[in-house]
Design a protein around this ligand. Structure first.
Ligand SMILES: [Zn+2]
Length: 172
């Protein structure tokens, strides 16, 4: 799936769009409405759930990157608070109720990623029962050591895990 989806028709009137130079780059333009049609960002939100020095990962049961692991995450609905989206995705994918404890990182687009922006929160479990569901087929906690992590799904997964690992107290 391409990150930048083609935009062929005006979302307001349905007229075929054209290219036009505007605000410093070529953009899509509707001649019927006489207006530039700006592309929307696709925003995803997720959680790094920490528990006893370990972090929760889920294995993707769907493409892209089926069989690889990421933190619980998904797209933010257009009218949804990203923190609530992250908590919701975690509940849907792992059965765990989590509480956001802070913002870990905001990660930009990657070449074959589906999201333009991934907002990653820190969270801790506050209830529920760990069980993979929705679009993941496994959910488990992992120690932060590089050698014990399963194959990771996205650049954002690695960026977030690196940042989380760097913030951990050093172990003897
Ligand atoms: Zn139009």
């Amino acid at each position: 799936m391409s990150r930048i989806l083609e935009l062929n028709y005006c979302p307001r009137c349905g007229h075929a769009l054209e290219d036009r130079e505007a605000f410093g780059r070529v953009r899509r333009f509707c001649p019927a409405c006489d207006r530039i049609v700006f592309r929307d960002l696709k925003v995803a939100a997720g959680v790094l759930v920490e528990h006893e020095g370990q972090v929760l990962l889920v294995r993707r049961a769907v493409n892209p990157r089926k069989g690889t692991w990421s933190f619980p995450a998904g797209f933010v609905e257009f009218d949804e608070d990203p923190a609530e989206a992250a908590v919701r995705e975690c509940r849907e994918e792992t059965g765990l109720e989590v509480e956001i404890t802070g913002l870990l990182d905001v990660i930009g687009p990657e070449p074959d990623g589906a999201a333009s922006i991934v907002i990653v929160y820190r969270a801790r479990p506050v209830g529920g029962e760990l069980q993979a569901a929705d679009d993941v087929d496994r959910a488990a906690f992992f120690a932060p050591g590089e050698d014990v992590l399963p194959p990771l799904a996205f650049r954002a997964t690695r960026v977030a895990l690196d940042k989380w690992r760097d913030s951990q107290p050093r172990r003897v």
